[in-house]
Each structure stands twice: as structure tokens, then as C-alpha cells.
Write a protein that binds this ligand. Sequence first.
Ligand SMILES: C[S@@+](CC[C@H](N)C(=O)[O-])C[C@H]1O[C@@H](n2cnc3c(N)ncnc32)[C@H](O)[C@@H]1O
Length: 196
Amino acid sequence: MEHYFTNNDNLRSNFRTIIYKYEDTLLEFTSDLGVFSKDKVDYGSRLLMETYFKKGKRDVEILDVGCGYGIIGLSLAHIMNAKPTLIDVNKRALHLASMNAKKMKIDANIYESDIYSNVSGKFDCIITNPPIRAGKEVVMNILLKAKEYLNSNGELWCVIRKDQGAKSAIEKMKSIYDVDVVEKSKGFYIIVAKSY
Ligand SMILES: C[S@@+](CC[C@H](N)C(=O)[O-])C[C@H]1O[C@@H](n2cnc3c(N)ncnc32)[C@H](O)[C@@H]1O
């Protein structure tokens, strides 16, 4: 079964443009077949970003885990002056994210990494709309191992739906983080975890 995170060199291309509007800012992204939410900004990703715009820190180093075509990391760079690093396992997504960064004139570090396998250094913020379809083990690795890649005052921001295991993920996160649910909408939870 093909998933949006599967690399498939035979997949044809059909570029499309996604316009993301936040207050007075209009951002344009190129998307394509074979990437997550290829036709529109995912509701969970939008809620995560827009909660961050209101409550998150400006001017910090962020790591967007499972970046797709770059919507979260590049929007945070544009709107919050974040210094972005974007990772994914999907080569097409990474290519699109690099194209989008170039078009938006954002200096971003974008590379392939299976969870944190190729990541070095630490970040002020790790942000993710995790790949629920990749399974619980991948999702929990993204959430729990984030701690090793966060600076001492760092924060992990993520979105998980209530019916996709938000409550059990929160319980597991509480074993190593202080956890707050900072926003809830349409069954999506925005979770902020800080190391203690
Ligand atoms: C829910 S999508 C979010 C995409 C994008 N951030 C957005 O908001 O539209 C999750 C992303 O995680 C990626 N992914 C899946 N397994 C991964 C892994 N083991 N390591 C890193 N990224 C992974 C998928 O390719 C996909 O792009």
C-alpha cells in the first residue's frame, strides 16, 4: 500500500499551488502528487502554526519534523523569523520544500532524515504534525526523542487528533516533559511539551 511518505520514483508529477493566508500575509507554496495534504493546508497543520504565531517564540531555531512541502517550517520562518531546519523521509517532499524555500528567499537547512537519524545539534523548538499513518512507534519516537535535540529551555510543539491517540500520547509525554494542551479545535489538540 502506497503512503504519502513512500518514495516512489515512478510517480508522475502534477504541480499545484497552495495559497496560505494568515492575517495580511499571503504565502504561496508548490505542492505535488505523493505528498501529505497536497491540495490544501491541512487543518491540523494550520491550527498548529496559528497557535504558534500567537503563543510561540520569535527569532528561534526550529526543527520541523516531517516537513512535507514545507508549510510549517517555512511559514514560521516568514512570520516568526524562525531559523528553520526541515526534515522528512519523502524525497519529493524535500525537493518541494527546497524549491519553496528558494522561492520565498528563506535560508533553510533541508535534508532527509528518518526521524532524528541525520540530525545533529539542538533546537529551541521542534515542531511537528507527526505521520500518524507511519504507526505509533514512529510517532512516539518523534515525540519522545525530541528531548535529546532540544536546548534546555526548548519546546516541542505538536498536533494530534483526539481520535488518533492524543490522550495516550500526552500520558507518555508526561513521563519526560511538562505538557500543556494550549489549544483544542475540531478534535485536534495542540500540545506543547517542555523538558524538566
Ligand atoms: C502529517 S504529514 C505533515 C506534513 C507537513 N508538515 C504538513 O504539515 O503538511 C507527516 C510527514 O512526516 C513524514 N514522515 C513519515 N515518516 C517519517 C519518518 N520516519 N521520519 C521523518 N519524517 C517522516 C511524511 O513523509 C510526511 O511528510
